[in-house]
Design a protein. Sequence first.
Length: 79
Amino acid sequence: MTVGLAQAFSIAIAGLTGTCAPLLFSFIFHGDAGKWAGPMETAIQDIAGSFAMVYVAQALLLQFVRLGLSPVNTELPGS
């Protein structure tokens, strides 16, 4: 579930950056879109995918605790 939701978010961001990056470099920065859009898209997609994975996992774990499916452990291991 976590991987699927994070992947869906990452795909949506990929479509957005794939559309906007060439436009940004062509019309705003007046640069070569083919030269700079690819690395920027890759960096943004990697960051967004990593963020989505961590955020979705955290949200699911908190929801499991709220529903009582996972015990709340306040003790540190080994103490």
